[in-house]
Design a protein around this ligand. Structure first.
Ligand code: ADP
Ligand code: MG
Length: 263
C-alpha cells in the first residue's frame, strides 16, 4: 500500500508550511511471531525527523525484535513499515538498499577483531557504497575525532576499553551516513564507569539532529534525551508519550509497576 503523503508532499509548490514533517520511520499494525508465539502485536510507531524515541520495557517485551523488524533483519507477519515514506516491507523493495540507510548498534560491541578500528569503520562505506579508500578513511577519521577517538584509528578492538569499542561501533554505524540510527541497549554490557562516555555520544548525536530509536534500561537517560518514550509490555506498545507524561504521569498500572521496579 502506498505511503500516505502530506498535502505538501503531493504538491511541492504549495505554500502550506503547517504540514508536519513526514516521519522518518513509521510502523503500522506490525505483528511478529516466532514459532507459535506472538512477540509483537499491533505495534504502531512514528518517528519524526531529528527526534529520539526510547523503547522501554521488561526483558522479553519485544524491544530488540521491534528494532530488528525496523531494519528488516526480521520479516514481519502482518502490518507495514515505512522509511522516509517508502514502504520497506513491500516485497519488491531492495532490502539491502534499505539497510544501508539505517545504522544499527547492538548491546555487545561486534567489531571485527582482526581488523583495525579504521578498517572496521571503512569496510561498509567501501564495499557497500563504493567509496574510495581515501574518501572512506577521511570520513572515518573525521567521525573518530568527533567521538573523541582520534588517536585510535590503527588500534585493534581488543586494545580498547568497552566504552571505546562501543563508540567505535557507533562511528561504524555513522560511516554510511544513515538516515536513522537504531541503538539496542548499547550500554548494557558496559562497566558502570564506561556508560557515561557512550551516553554522551548519543547526546551529541541528538544535538546534531540525528534521528534515533533506542532500546534502553537507563531510565534517567531516556527521560533526559527522548522526545518520545514507548513502554512495551508483552509485545504491545502499552503506553507512549513524552518523558514527562510517561515517567511523570503514567496512565497504565503495568507502566507504573514497571517504573516502580526499575527506577
Ligand atoms: P527485549 O529486547 O525487550 O528483551 P526481545 O525482542 O529480545 O525482547 O524478545 C521478545 C520475545 O521474543 C522474547 O520472548 C524472546 O524470547 C522472543 N524471541 C526473540 N527472538 C527470537 C527468535 N529468534 N526466536 C524465537 N523467539 C525469539
Ligand atoms: Mg533486547
Amino acid at each position: 500500500s502506498p505511503a500516505p503523503q502530506s498535502p505538501a508532499a503531493q504538491s511541492p509548490t504549495a505554500r502550506t508550511p503547517a504540514a508536519p514533517p513526514a516521519p522518518v520511520l513509521r510502523m503500522e499494525s506490525v505483528r511478529k511471531t516466532f514459532g507459535g508465539s506472538v512477540v509483537l502485536r499491533d505495534v504502531g510507531l512514528e518517528v519524526a525527523p531529528h527526534t529520539v524515541t526510547a523503547l522501554i520495557g521488561a526483558s522479553g517485551s519485544g524491544k530488540s525484535t521491534l528494532l530488528r523488524c525496523a531494519n528488516l533483519l526480521e520479516d514481519i507477519d502482518d502490518g507495514a513499515i515505512w522509511l522516509d515514506g517508502e514502504e520497506i516491507t513491500d516485497p519488491r523493495v531492495d532490502q539491502d538498499a534499505v539497510r544501508r540507510r539505517i545504522g544499527v548498534v547492538f548491546q555487545a560491541y561486534n567489531l571485527f577483531p582482526h581488523m583495525t578500528v579504521l578498517e572496521n569503520i571503512t569496510l561498509a562505506p567501501r564495499r557497500v557504497h563504493g567509496d574510495s579508500r581515501a574518501q572512506a578513511e577521511k570520513h572515518a577519521r573525521e567521525l573518530l575525532e568527533r567521538l573523541g577517538l582520534a588517536g585510535r584509528a590503527d588500534e585493534y578492538p581488543d586494545r580498547l576499553s568497552g566504552g571505546q569499542q562501543q563508540r567505535v561501533a557507533i562511528v561504524r554505524a555513522l560511516a554510511v551516513r544513515p538516515r536513522l540510527l537504531l541503538l539496542d541497549e548499547i550500554t548494557a554490557a558496559l562497566d558502570p564507569e564506561l556508560v557515561g562516555e557512550v551516553l554522551n555520544v548519543v547526546r551529541d548525536l541528538k544535538a546534531d539532529g540525528m534521528t534515533m530509536v533506542l532500546a534502553t534500561h537507563e531510565m534517567g537517560f531516556a527521560r533526559e534525551v527522548a522526545d518520545q518514550v514507548c513502554f512495551l509490555d508483552a509485545g504491545v506498545v502499552l503506553e507512549r508519550g513524552t518523558p514527562e507524561q510517561l515517567f511523570g504521569d503514567p496512565q497504565q498500572e503495568r507502566t507504573r509497576r514497571f517504573l516502580r521496579r526499575i527506577v
